[in-house]
Design a protein around this ligand. Structure first.
Ligand code: FRU
Length: 482
């Protein structure tokens, strides 16, 4: 009988889980139809309904890119975390898949995905809050044979605690190198200094702690979230999202930052030798917790959360909040700086060419809600562009100030964001507009700004400067389902 009971319990709870998943998908289908579409993005990944934050599990499996995200379907605010799921063949057009992970006693916090033969393995942080006990963060696995259905590992957790038992121990990013799996996990020391911990394993299940891969100097934050570690241009890049860096002039103006350190890594000694300071990756108002994967043609591709903690999401009242940035290709230049560019296949979204010529002084260009705008820049002359809704709503200004050599993105009601820009060869701006977002890529990706802006009635672009600007604009086709 006891065997039968065990079987019945396991089988019974499996059935319950199946039911919960089906119910959730039913709910999502219904609730997503009630969303007010006014700010809905046309080619950026967003949740069908509800809240999203970090990109998770970015990977390539059985001919498709998989992107998961921190997801709370039942409200447009953060809540018990699920993993939402989208797939793509080209990293530009996306389709929804059923929610991959649902919380049980644990919230399913951020993590990554690896491919092991025929299987996809998710590694994520189980965040457990129990009354009377301290918060607990440990690392869990979930397996899939088809990239659609995921089963949590019965032997979870695979890494129960950090060496110092810190309550902040999260966001595992796993990869394979030769015979071993490696994972880095964000954490902090007992005296509140951000760290990244390195582990390795033969089988993704039994993990050995190797070393502290990197640790904050005094001014680099109290906690390092969402670390990532990869090769680029013959170097190793440690990408992470520190909490607790103070603003310094133009730098670090958002509540938290995402940035990187370039260095050398030795797989014999597990030593990471930094060659640079921590540098921000994107200078816009809304960019955090970015994650990368390798494309099937060997490129390093990054997607970030198009959002920031503790900011207002005007779309929340419409039934959803937050989005992902477009995918960007990373390159390392000879000064150890990461360049971030839209993918070549991003051009496949281009529809009608809506403008091509000189945008004259005070000329207003009416743009589709989803548009791409290319502008030639004469570095010796000032640029002053206004972006606003044809029927009101949010505004932003894009500027080039030759006196100080800075690109400026100003959003109504906010601090400016600005950074020096010294283009190597390509003196042009590439602006991606969506219903409620802008992404500005300068030159070859030396300076990038991602900011949510909420115009009403489509975009108007006005040249407030005193020179005509050679401008091309395209309407963009949808990249995500309605
Ligand atoms: C980063 C983060 C992660 C955590 C997740 C929770 O934005 O705080 O550290 O895993 O969000 O949703």
């Amino acid at each position: 009988t006891s065997l039968f009971l065990l079987f019945a319990t396991v089988y019974g709870s499996d059935l319950q889980r199946q039911d919960a998943k089906l119910e959730l998908e039913e709910y999502i289908k219904e609730a997503s139809q009630k969303i007010n579409q006014q700010y809905r993005l046309q080619y950026h990944v967003a949740a069908p309904v509800g809240w999203i934050n970090d990109p998770n599990g970015f990977s390539y499996y059985k001919g498709e890119y998989h992107l998961f995200y921190q997801y709370y379907p039942y409200d447009s605010v953060w809540g018990p975390m699920h993993w939402g799921h989208v797939v793509s063949k080209d990293l530009v057009t996306w389709e929804h898949r059923p929610t991959a992970l649902l919380p049980d006693e644990e919230y399913c916090f951020s993590g990554s995905a690896v491919v092991d033969g025929d299987k996809m393995i998710l590694m994520y942080t189980a965040h457990i809050e129990k009354e009377g006990s301290p918060t607990n963060q440990s690392q869990y696995l979930a397996f899939s044979d088809d990239g659609v259905n995921f089963e949590k590992f019965v032997g979870n957790p695979v890494i129960p605690a950090s060496p110092n038992h810190s309550p902040d121990f999260r966001d595992p990013k796993a990869w394979k190198h030769e015979d071993y799996w490696y994972v880095i996990i964000g954490s902090k020391t007992d005296d509140e200094i951000g760290t990244v911990l390195l582990y390795r394993s033969k089988n993704m299940i039994d993990w050995e702690f190797l070393t502290i891969l990197a640790q904050a100097t005094s001014d680099l934050g109290y906690m390092w979230e969402c670390p990532d570690f990869f090769e680029l241009g013959g170097k190793h890049i440690l990408l992470m999202s520190p909490q607790g860096i103070e603003p310094q002039g133009d730098r670090f103006k958002n509540l938290y930052q995402t940035g990187y350190i370039v260095g050398q890594f030795d797989y014999e000694t597990f030593k990471f030798t930094p060659e640079t300071e921590f540098q921000e990756l994107d200078y816009g108002h809304d960019f955090y917790a970015a994650q990368t994967t390798e494309s099937n043609d060997g490129k390093r591709i990054l997607i970030g959360w198009f959002g920031m903690w503790e900011t207002a999401f005007p779309e929340a009242k419409d039934g959803w909040a937050g989005a992902m940035t477009i995918a960007r290709e990373l390159e390392l230049d000879s000064n150890n700086r990461i360049l971030m560019k839209p993918l070549t296949q991003q051009n496949s979204l281009r529809g009608e060419k809506t403008f091509d010529g000189d945008l004259k002084e005070n000329q207003v260009l009416e743009l589709q809600s989803a548009s791409e705008v290319l502008i030639d820049i004469d570095l010796s002359k000032e640029i002053h562009l206004l972006l606003e809704g044809r029927s009101g709503g949010g505004k932003a200004w894009l500027k080039w100030d030759p006196a100080v050599g800075k690109v400026v993105v100003e959003r109504e009601g906010d601090d400016v964001r600005q950074v020096e820009w010294a283009p190597v060869s390509n003196k042009a701006w590439r602006l991606f507009l969506d219903t409620s977002s802008l992404e500005l890529f300068c030159g070859d990706g030396e300076a990038v700004f991602s900011s949510r802006v909420y115009p009403l009635g489509g975009w108007n672009l006005t040249n407030l400067g005193s020179q005509a600007l050679q401008t091309t604009a395209y309407a963009l086709n949808r990249g995500v389902p309605v």
